[in-house]
Write a new protein. Structure first.
Ligand SMILES: CC(C)(COP(=O)(O)OP(=O)(O)OC[C@H]1O[C@@H](n2cnc3c(N)ncnc32)[C@H](O)[C@@H]1OP(=O)(O)O)[C@@H](O)C(=O)NCCC(=O)NCCS
Length: 262
């Protein structure tokens, strides 16, 4: 018997597969999805990965089991069947990245899911817009890339696609999401892609492996990219500030009036 070998193999927290799992998690060390086994057939170091990657914006019935398994690998929260049904029905929209293992076989290596939600006034950069039209925010529900393809820009590719889709929809004002505060890899990724933290929601996640955790709200304003750079950005912000205050006054007067009426 080897005297130096510990009897119990202690798992290091940094070895977990996804930083969405709590740092002290003991549950995220084994692959669940089929893709990992299938990828054993290819030597990723010897091939031009980029030439074998494609994007698609739909999910088929036969993808569902693999997508569920990938979610179990990436996220500590169980997603209900209704979530996967909404993906199939395209109520929750998809950006899927596939890798071609052979001429006959493609595997999913990354996915991003999102949905449109009515605009929240407090998340708008220019709140006067709230009074003008029915604007939307695009909410990222989940995003993940399998471990062997991370740090190669796959998630950036999906985000660029989402930004492109949103920029072609004039009523969409921003993209946003919640992220658990300990997920440093995820936070770094969003910040590199131009997102900013605007709010912290205490105990937003009520049960991740039996504990409560806070979430950051990260946001990317789409109108940022087109009009406002440097001086113009400051100018717009200065002009918008008094307008925002007037809107706030108007709204609080309206609330008081409604309360008095009741
Ligand atoms: C967050 C995630 C989607 C990023 O995917 P990705 O394809 O590696 O992202 P990109 O290659 O576009 O960007 C990578 C950058 O993000 C950061 N990053 C990504 N994964 C990282 C990791 N595991 N550890 C540290 N930094 C990481 C790095 O800054 C990296 O830049 P670099 O390659 O120049 O060093 C991926 O890590 C993942 O699937 N995580 C598990 C699920 C999750 O946490 N989703 C986000 C919350 S919903």
């Amino acid at each position: 018997m080897n005297e130096n070998k510990p009897l119990i193999q202690v798992r290091r927290s940094q070895d977990r597969l996804s930083e969405s799992f709590p740092p002290d998690s003991q549950n995220n060390f084994e692959y669940i999805a089929n893709v990992h086994k299938l990828l054993e057939q290819v030597d990723l170091k010897k091939i031009n990965i980029q030439s074998r990657i494609t994007l698609r914006n739909f999910v088929e019935e036969e993808d569902m089991e693999e997508i569920k398994n990938l979610h179990k690998e990436w996220f500590p929260l169980p997603y209900h069947d209704s979530y996967y049904d909404s993906i199939l029905k395209n109520q929750v929209k998809s950006i899927i990245v596939e890798f071609e293992i052979s001429k006959k076989q493609k595997v999913i290596i990354g996915c991003l899911f999102y949905m449109s939600k009515p605009c929240k006034q407090k998340y708008l950069q220019f709140r006067y817009k709230y009074l003008i039209d029915d604007y939307y925010g695009v909410y990222i529900t989940t995003i993940g890339v399998i471990n062997s393809f991370r740090s190669q820009g796959i998630a950036k590719m999906m985000m660029d696609k989402l930004k492109e889709i949103c920029l072609n929809s004039p009523l969409v004002q921003y993209i946003y999401l919640h992220i658990v505060t300990y997920n440093n890899a995820g936070i770094k990724y969003y910040e590199r892609n131009g997102f900013k933290a605007i709010e912290i929601k205490r105990d937003h996640y009520s049960d991740i492996e039996g504990k409560q955790y806070d979430a950051y709200v990260y946001i990317y304003h789409l109108n940022n990219s087109s009009i406002k750079v440097g001086f113009f950005n400051d100018l717009f912000t200065c002009l918008a500030a008094p307008v925002n205050s007037i809107i706030d006054l108007f709204k609080s007067a309206k609330t008081k009036f409604n309360k008095q009426k009741q």
